[in-house]
Design a protein around this ligand. Structure first.
Ligand SMILES: NC(=O)c1ccc[n+]([C@@H]2O[C@H](COP(=O)([O-])OP(=O)(O)OC[C@H]3O[C@@H](n4cnc5c(N)ncnc54)[C@H](O)[C@@H]3O)[C@@H](O)[C@H]2O)c1
Length: 358
């Protein structure tokens, strides 16, 4: 079992990683919420994980998928909490992937203007990323994650035993974020193995290393004032690929982490085009993504101009872009990137992918 601290002063907490750590829930709840006498467990029916918070418990289910991240689901949860007699000294326990921890965390942030919560992360993406860092929230019809709050959990349990029931595409999605952390770690925490160094470790250690990188970034910038932007490494193209999976000219449907994997290698190609890194560094990105069993190739039918439009969130005008890129000072946000360089980089990637190199 590994314990990764998230150093946030009086809001500090631990991320506990290992097989079977969900069984520590009752002890941890007693430790971090001494006054709680009731627990509201929020989960999804498909997850099938039962937990014991060690106090009177009521279980609430939310729907599957992004539809669960809505204000109406938050209202429903808060009304359920009230009817179950949950007070502001009680505890909300989120048991699920990023959807559950985002929506239950936001309900906890809003209920009584802030009720303690703990996360039992059940998906790989949740364990390495979503359950850590206190960003909670829901979607609107106008966009994803538009309404939310920073509200830190009291403890995060990452029980790797729970991952055995995770569907293959969800594994792939989590591995895409792991590839991101493997490539970010050198810029963040020299003590954590980086790059291909992460690939040879057992799963528990991989999860703990990723959690440590996320924890270090969150500790440096809790409210996303600057440093936390590097968590978007690989995400600008990744989001564009996800968004362009719908509507006319749609390309293949990629899970979030699968799209991030392509976005990481794109960021490396772009950084090389801009003279920020050399070919060895690009190759490292391809090896890490490939090492996590993910493809870095653009899906068939990708239209570079359409992706640029999604990246600038503007279908009519072509603006300069800010992207997170590797470079001599490590991974950092880079401003003023011209759309022509982005289009040319996408063409480079297609050509190299087609030639079967890398
Ligand atoms: N708050 C943050 O910092 C942050 C960071 C990254 C992502 N996110 C959010 O996380 C969400 C994605 O999270 P996700 O990838 O975990 O998706 P998810 O929560 O939808 O889970 C994926 C699927 O796997 C199922 N599942 C989860 N655990 C399982 C288990 N142990 N066994 C069987 N099935 C299981 C879920 O029910 C769901 O159907 C997105 O909404 C994203 O915006 C938040």
């Amino acid at each position: 079992v590994r314990t990764v601290p998230v150093e946030l002063g009086d809001r500090r907490y631990d991320v506990i990683v290992g097989e079977g750590v969900r069984h520590q829930l009752a002890d941890r709840v007693a430790e971090v919420t001494a006054d709680a006498s009731r627990a509201a467990v929020v989960t999804q029916s498909g997850i099938g994980v039962s937990v014991d918070p060690g106090i009177a418990t009521t279980v609430f289910e939310v729907p599957d998928g992004e539809a669960a991240k809505s204000l109406s689901v938050v209202e429903g949860l808060c009304r359920d909490f009230a009817r179950a007699g949950i007070s502001r000294s009680d505890v909300v326990v989120a048991v699920g992937g990023g959807v559950v921890t985002d929506v239950a965390g936001f309900a906890a942030a809003a209920f009584h203007r802030g009720t303690p919560y703990v996360n039992v992360a059940t998906s790989l993406l949740g364990q390495v990323d979503a359950a850590i860092g206190g960003k909670t929230g829901v979607n609107l019809g106008e966009g994803k994650n538009l309404v939310g709050a920073f509200w830190q959990p009291r403890v995060v349990l990452c029980d790797t035993e729970l991952l055995t029931s995770l569907p293959p595409r969800e594994w792939a999605s989590g591995r895409g974020e792991m590839a991101k952390y493997a490539l970010l770690s050198g810029s963040v925490d020299a003590a954590v193995p980086s790059g291909v160094g992460l690939l040879d470790l057992p799963l528990d250690e991989q999860v703990a290393c990723c959690a440590a990188v996320k924890a270090a970034i969150v500790a440096a910038d809790e409210h996303e004032g600057g440093r936390r932007a590097i968590l978007n490494y690989g995400h600008t193209l990744g989001h564009a690929l996800e968004a362009s999976a719908f509507g006319p000219g749609a390309v293949a449907d990629l899970r979030h982490g699968e799209a991030v994997a392509v976005g990481l290698v794109f960021a490396a190609f772009l950084a090389r085009r801009l003279g920020r890194i050399d070919e060895d560094r690009v190759e490292l990105h391809r090896r890490v993504v490939g090492g996590f069993d993910l493809s870095w190739r653009l899906p068939d039918g990708t239209d570079p101009e359409r992706l640029v439009a999604f990246m600038t969130r503007d279908k009519k005008a072509r603006h300069d872009l800010t992207l997170v890129l590797d470079g001599p000072n490590g991974v950092e946000p880079v401003h003023g990137i011209g759309p022509d360089d982005v289009v040319a980089t996408l063409a480079d990637m297609e050509r190299v992918g087609r030639d079967g190199r890398g």
